[in-house]
Structures are given as structure tokens and as C-alpha cells.
Design a protein around this ligand. Structure first.
Ligand code: FES
Length: 126
């Protein structure tokens, strides 16, 4: 198996808007990165050298973006406290706090549910 990245950053053509893009600061797993703005979170993290975005719920195998168009869900991360965000579909913003998603995300506790919908079922519907 290769560990060579499947993506590489293309250099903007001289005189284009991309050449003048701003650099913003984000955090991934509490590590600071300076990345170009105006692209997806996945593209920004890949350009910063991040190669592991999440771990699978069953085996814990590492995963990273694959399709970059919202189809494969391999790019799931937690963004500003919200789990299971498709990083390829979210535009990176200055100050974003991103964490890798380890296994399955938790369901909300029953205490967070609307009391009018409370029943004897737990949050898993059992
Ligand atoms: S990389 Fe496939 S859904 Fe994000």
C-alpha cells in the first residue's frame, strides 16, 4: 500500500485571483495551521499535510477524503463541535476548530431530547 498522497496543490497562475487569496488560521486536533481561504476544509487540511481525518467505527482504520464531492463520506470530521461534517463540502473559515472523528459519533443523551417526545425508548430507538 502506498503512503504517497493522492492530492497535490496546484500553483495558481500568475495574475489570477487565486494568487492573491488570503491565508487564514485553523486548528486541527489542537494543532494550528495557516491555510489559504476560499477552499473546502478537506482541501485546506490536505494542503497542510493532514492525511488522517477519521477512524472507522469497526476497525479503527484511518480514513481521508476520497471523492472530494460529497459522495463517499470518508472525510467526516468534527467542525466547531459539530460531529459528522463532510469536510469536502464545508468552506474553511478563519478560526475553525476541527477534530478528527474517532469511530462512531455519540447520539445525544435522552436529557437533550424534547420532553414531549420522551418515551421508554433510548436514543437508539430501542
Ligand atoms: S471526500 Fe467524499 S464525501 Fe467528502
Amino acid at each position: 500500500m502506498t503512503s504517497k498522497p493522492l492530492f497535490r496543490v496546484l500553483q495558481p497562475a500568475a495574475g489570477t485571483d487565486a494568487e492573491a487569496e488570503t491565508v487564514i488560521q485553523i486548528w486541527f486536533n489542537d494543532q494550528s495551521f495557516s491555510v489559504p481561504g476560499g477552499r473546502s476544509v478537506a482541501a485546506a487540511l490536505l494542503a497542510a499535510g493532514v492525511r488522517r481525518f477519521r477512524a472507522t467505527p469497526v476497525s479503527g482504520a484511518p480514513r481521508a477524503p476520497y471523492c472530494m464531492m460529497g459522495a463517499c463520506f470518508e472525510c467526516l470530521v468534527e467542525i466547531d463541535g459539530m460531529p459528522s461534517r463532510q469536510s469536502c463540502m464545508v468552506t474553511v473559515q478563519d478560526g475553525m476548530r476541527i477534530h478528527s472523528q474517532e469511530g462512531a459519533r455519540d447520539l445525544p443523551p435522552l436529557s437533550d431530547l424534547d420532553p414531549s417526545q420522551a418515551s421508554t425508548e433510548n436514543a437508539h430507538g430501542r
